[in-house]
Design a protein around this ligand. Structure first.
Ligand SMILES: Cc1ncc(COP(=O)(O)O)c(C=O)c1O
Length: 409
């Protein structure tokens, strides 16, 4: 059995998405900026996709520009908004748990040559930003607040509408990285009150390397790239027509079954978590324990971040991979040392526990049988790894193991 539980890393391209892309990789190879009919057909396909994306997030088609994905959308939103501001000193507010696409962009802006100051807001034990803290950190020179909609590691949904009303009162722009929420829960730019929103096709069954940025009408960003202009967009270059068509089809697919799929995945995820907590001692959930409260999502329906004390998450990922199960930790592996996740660390999860954490992210193809298979596999794998782990305290070791006399020397 080969099971894929890593949909927050990426998703497969859905057949409904691949099919409409194919003509634009074969016979419909026109440049969307050309005047002839090849060009006109490509342009029509691009504009249809723009309308499909706009419809998914409740904006006008003219407010959508296409990018190479979430990373570029985040960079363009943040750098573009900061550099477009005429203020002599500039300040940005973000959170400590953003994706590196946001965090490292902020770090780059802090360099002397840019001279921007950045405030990294803490989060609570559920990974939530306190909107009142945004208000407290606002300064006369604050040009942008950038807070993600849903976190990629733990799935926590941030209170964006509250943050938006605070930013609006202060006349400060609000950007959100909605890469992990788009296509999973309702995302409506007007309801959220954001000025800029990043999304990426490969997180919701579209192709990799294509995304979009919502730029509220009337807002001007400084471009990242310079080149031939496409209909006055702040992102020059020949459009990637096939991928744009794929993004549009993915947006349409997501819009068509958002509620049913969110309900189905929430139930599967809850079953998975309940089963693991019943079967595995010294395990728990990182992030909000419940998925919804008062009709609002506290966590995206597909994401579960679990800790298993006394073992390394990386070992668990490798052991599960050997059993045909794909999942991940949230932590980055740098220079041979496994750093505990910056997200879990910011939530106050101790380093050892953070290192023993695992992210299971569900998707379209996952079934109840697959979840049952996972529940049948994980407890034994955890037990095996714990039996080998020097972290397990003596009183927690299996009696047979305790009975083995310790070898001296
Ligand atoms: C929250 C978040 N932002 C941005 C990105 C980057 O998106 P892309 O892979 O399209 O560059 C990701 C991808 O993992 C993400 O999860």
């Amino acid at each position: 059995m080969k099971l894929y539980f890593d949909h927050n890393a990426t998703t497969p391209v859905a057949p409904e998405v691949l099919e409409p892309m194919l003509p634009f990789l074969r016979e419909e190879y026109g440049n969307a900026s050309s005047i002839h009919r090849f060009g006109q057909r490509a342009r029509a396909a691009v504009e249809q996709a723009r309308a499909q994306v706009a419809s998914l997030i409740g904006c006008e088609a003219a407010e959508i520009i296409f990018t190479s994905g979430g990373t570029e959308s985040d960079n363009l939103a943040i750098q573009g908004a900061v550099r477009a501001s005429a203020l002599p000193r500039k300040h940005v507010i973000t959170s400590a748990i953003e994706h590196p696409a946001v965090l490292t962009t902020c770090h780059a802006l802090e360099r002397k040559s840019e001279g921007v100051s950045v405030t990294y807001l803490p989060v609570d034990s559920q990974g939530r930003v306190d909107p009142e803290q945004v208000r407290r950190e606002l300064r006369p020179e604050t040009v942008l607040v950038t807070i993600m909609h849903a976190n990629n590691e733990i799935g926590t949904v941030e209170p964006l509408a509250e943050i938006a009303s605070i930013a609006r009162q202060a006349g400060v722009l609000l950007h959100t990285d909605a890469v992990q929420s788009t296509g999973k829960i309702p995302v409506d730019v007007k309801r959220l009150g954001v000025d800029l929103l990043s999304l990426s096709a490969h997180k919701f069954y579209g192709p990799k390397g294509i995304g979009a940025l919502f730029i509220r009408k009337g807002l001007t960003l400084s471009p990242l790239f310079f080149g031939g202009h496409n209909m006055g967009e702040p992102r020059p270059g020949t459009e990637n027509v096939a991928s744009i068509v794929g993004l549009g089809a993915a947006a349409q697919l997501a819009a068509g079954n958002l509620e049913t799929e969110a309900r189905r995945l929430s139930a599967l995820r809850d079953r998975l978590e309940k089963g693991i907590l019943e079967r595995v001692p010294d395990a728990g959930i990182n992030g909000p324990a419940t998925g919804m409260q008062g009709g609002e999502f506290l966590r995206v329906p597909n994401t579960s971040n679990l800790y298993f004390d006394y073992i390394e998450g990386e070992s668990l990922v490798i052991a599960l991979d050997l059993q045909g199960i794909a999942c991940s930790t949230g932590a980055a592996c740098s220079s041979g040392a496994i750093e505990p996740s910056h997200v879990l660390t910011a939530m106050g999860v101790p380093a050892l526990r953070a290192r023993g954490s695992l992210r299971l992210s569900l998707g379209r193809q996952n079934t109840e049988e697959e979840v049952e298979h996972l529940l049948g596999t994980i407890p034994a794998v955890v037990e095996r790894l714990r039996a080998l782990s020097p972290q397990v305290p003596d009183e927690k070791k299996a009696p047979a193991e305790n009975a083995v006399p310790a070898r001296k020397g």
